[in-house]
Design a binder for this molecule. Structure first.
Ligand code: EPU
Length: 416
């Protein structure tokens, strides 16, 4: 039976918490390790469901994958298959990164159309455009992408939208392609820079990651390496939201404050104190926040993944806030649940108009996706009374030890 998270909310969360390694970095870097024939050690791996599923996928291809503490050892020397089992591919979004890696390694890949959070249509045209341009032929047969390439050859690829997933997939394939690949209008998220650093450690030459133009000079052979992945930007933002929403005071350790600028600025506009150190952020909120307007945008804009937790803070702000979601069309599914808890939120297309109420009250709610689940944790911690969150499998896909970490900052929370 699936577990539920029960929170008796209404108390300020105070103390210190340490952020885990980035989910969206891990799910790009782990498959990249398959492209070498040597062992890679990937440190600061978050122990989350998406990583476990990815580990299973890599094992079915022949890789030996072990996790000790937070270090994953990937031995790809016996990888001999390129067909990813459909049921595993459908369990998560990042399974499509095995298209780029297996094409790079074998010139062949078979991966079912990926699963992942249901937050909008999530097309793959930019992935296909990029991989095609590098020389791959890709057919969708019975819901499975069948990919083949005699040879991958670097070229210039202009992306019509700056997609994180497509940028990653093209970088992966380009890392072993002949010559130089230039990605124009590339995504700039911290996990793109993380992957670029990992590929460089493996022997590819990657320049410009973090800017809209990335150049990758492929290497015919990639070596093993030891690499530590960056802290999770979205987990950091979730703790920032928890501190602000509960009028608490949390020092978030082991994060990169520079990655959090858009969130920090919005909290400051709300009247919340944000103190940044070299590798920590302290968020101290004493009063009801001011209403603010937020628009989600690709990095360095405000992340769509934090829109849902931040909507919760605004649900008890003084005044009326507007949140515009420009990335995914179905990312307001947490709002119905927030209304159950007493929030006053009107949705019109991609805009949520939030009229702040004094407080929310606990209720039985259902997580519809990963960040909706995170938003409901923030809401439950802030609301008066008991909140029971079901469908917690979504939360476990992206947050390591969430219940224990919440307890460490004083939450009254348990899992059934
Ligand atoms: N898009 C296209 N064509 C494509 C690819 C994307 O039109 O070929 C559009 C999408 O529909 C969307 C926009 O481009 O409107 C951006 O999508 P992107 O490809 O950047 O998203 P993604 O790669 O599917 C990753 C994260 C998401 C995060 C988004 C945006 C991973 C595994 N997932 O998704 O993370 O929301 O980037 O930053 O890295 C999460 O962690 O909860 C999560 C959903």
């Amino acid at each position: 039976m699936e577990s539920k998270i029960i929170i008796n909310g209404g108390r300020p969360l105070c103390g210190e918490v340490t952020v885990s390694g980035g989910k969206n970095s891990a799910v790009a870097i782990i498959p990249a390790a398959l492209m070498s024939d040597e062992i890679c050690y990937i440190e600061n791996i978050p122990k989350i469901e998406d990583v476990i599923v990815l580990k299973k996928m890599m094992e079915t291809l022949g890789a030996e994958v072990t996790i000790e503490g937070n270090t994953m050892k990937v031995d790809p020397s016996n990888v001999s298959k390129w067909i990813v089992p459909d049921d595993l591919a459908r369990e998560m979004r990042a399974s499509y990164y095995l298209m780029g890696t297996m094409l790079a390694k074998f010139g062949k890949a078979q991966v079912a159309f990926p699963g992942g959070c249901n937050i909008g249509s999530r097309p793959m045209d930019q992935h296909l455009k990029g991989l095609n341009a590098l020389g791959a032929k890709i057919d969708l047969k019975g819901g499975v992408y069948v990919c083949e390439a005699d040879k991958l050859k670097g070229c210039e690829i202009y992306m019509d939208v700056s997609s994180v997933g497509a940028t990653v997939n093209i970088m992966l394939a380009a890392a072993r392609a002949e010559g130089v690949t230039t990605i124009v209008n590339a995504a700039r998220e911290p996990h793109i820079v993380d992957l670029a650093n990992f590929l460089s450690a493996m022997g590819a030459t990657v320049k410009g990651a973090g800017t809209p133009t990335i150049r990758i000079k492929g290497a015919s052979k990639l070596r093993g390496c030891r690499y530590s992945i960056l802290p999770d930007q979205i987990e950091t933002g979730t703790w920032m939201a928890l501190a602000a929403a509960t009028r608490g005071d949390i020092k978030i350790r082991g994060c990169v404050p520079y990655h959090m600028e858009s969130a920090s600025v919005k909290l400051a506009e709300m009247g919340v104190e944000v103190i940044e150190g070299e590798d920590y952020i302290r968020v101290n909120a004493k009063n009801r926040p001011n209403a603010v307007h937020i628009q989600t945008l690709p990095y360095p804009g405000f992340p769509t993944d934090l829109q849902q937790p931040f909507t919760v803070i605004l649900s008890t702000a003084k005044g009326t806030s507007m949140v515009i979601e420009t990335i995914f069309e179905s990312r307001f599914r947490h709002v119905d649940e927030l209304r159950r808890m007493g929030a006053n939120i009107q949705i019109s297309g991609d805009v949520a108009v939030i009229t702040g109420v004094e407080s929310l009250s606990g209720a039985d709610v259902v997580a519809s996706d990963l960040r909706a689940g995170a938003a409901l944790i923030v809401a439950g911690a802030m609301a008066k009374g008991k909140t029971t969150i079901s469908n917690t499998k979504y939360i476990d896909r992206g947050y390591e030890d969430i219940v224990d970490k919440l307890i460490s900052v004083g939450a009254d929370v348990s899992r059934t």
